[in-house]
Design a protein around this ligand. Structure first.
Ligand SMILES: [Cu+2]
Length: 156
């Protein structure tokens, strides 16, 4: 009787462990799937993740990276994104810490509700003019807020 109880305990423990590990992986895979599916082929896709010290980081930032970034004083990144005129662009905006914002005035992009940590904000536009444009964070997010900028270059 006691032995059977132990077996059930172990079964539920294993079930709990597999759900705890499997669920986030599943959600992430599903999210990535949705994000790929909605966007027409040929679209230029970029991920920008906001960080209070580092500024805009190109790509996703994982939890262990955030901890490492918090320990040292990382140099501020000012990413440069290069595209061609006529490109359809989708920006996947994320935050690794606090609420950030995003604006790219020249293409009429101004996020008013902020980029919440753990959520993704998709922004899309067509690069209908050439030039060098600045994008920045439009939510006061800390001492480094003014440095949260990057450059978009649209070539002919
Ligand atoms: Cu910010």
């Amino acid at each position: 009787m006691r032995f059977a109880q132990k077996k059930i305990d172990i079964f539920f423990l294993l079930l709990l462990i597999s759900v705890t590990i499997g669920l986030p992986i599943g959600i992430r895979a599903y999210n990535d799937h949705l994000w790929q599916e909605k966007i027409p082929a040929g679209t230029r896709k970029f991920t920008l993740t906001g960080h209070t010290k580092k500024g805009w980081i190109v790509g996703e930032v994982q939890a262990h990276d955030i901890i490492a970034l918090g320990l040292k004083k990382p140099p501020v990144e000012r990413p440069v994104i290069e595209i061609s005129k006529g490109d359809r662009v989708v920006l996947k905006l994320k935050s690794s810490d606090v609420v950030h914002g995003f604006s790219l005035k020249d293409f009429g992009i101004f996020i008013t509700n902020g980029i919440q940590p753990g959520k993704t904000v998709l922004v899309s536009f067509i690069a209908d003019k050439t030039g060098t444009f600045t994008f920045s964070c439009n939510a006061i997010c800390g001492d480094n807020h003014e440095n949260m900028q990057g450059t978009l270059i649209v070539r002919a």
